[in-house]
Design a protein around this ligand. Structure first.
Ligand SMILES: [Fe+2]
Length: 160
């Protein structure tokens, strides 16, 4: 074993240089940054902007039991989300392949996404859930999809 000299490790000068999952973890742990924004909306998943910089956006979301998204992408954005409390289920569908995967996430666990990543996030548990989401660049318009059992992913027309 040997020591790595400190000047050989590329340290990020700004938070935006850090991995989105690291940012999501840090914000999730720092409840003073977002606790005043937290609401639960019985009609739909709740989302509130925590922070916007030139490089990225950080969002707080809350999910009552049964609430979730439709299948969607985040255009060219990369990012990550971390579960703060409760549990969420992420369904990932790979374009061009008859493949989908379910990922169960509990508090402290994260998922990362990039351009072309298509997923659906739901709270399938009996308890509310809270999560922190980081989008880089700023949260773009989402593209929506349906999954045809024969032909696979089909983009849906843009809404409005
Ligand atoms: Fe998403």
């Amino acid at each position: 074993m040997f020591a790595v000299p400190p000047n050989t490790v590329a340290l990020t000068a700004t938070p935006a240089g850090a991995h989105p999952a690291l940012i999501a973890h840090e914000v999730a742990a720092d409840r003073d940054r977002w606790r005043h924004l937290l609401r639960y909306d019985p009609s739909e998943r709740f989302a509130a902007l925590v922070e916007r910089t030139a490089e990225q956006e950080t969002w707080l979301m809350s999910w009552l039991p049964g609430q979730g998204t439709d299948l969607h992408d985040h255009s060219r954005a990369t990012g990550a989300f971390t579960v703060v409390s409760g549990s969420l289920t992420e369904r990932v569908v790979v374009p061009g392949r008859a493949f989908e995967a379910l990922h169960g996430l509990t508090a402290g666990q994260s998922r990362v996404f990039g351009p072309g990543y298509v997923h659906q996030v739901r709270n399938d548990s009996p308890d509310p859930a809270v999560s922190i989401h980081v989008y880089r660049a700023a949260r773009p318009a989402m593209g929506y999809y349906r999954l045809d059992p024969v032909t696979g992913l089909e983009p849906l027309p843009p809404v409005g």
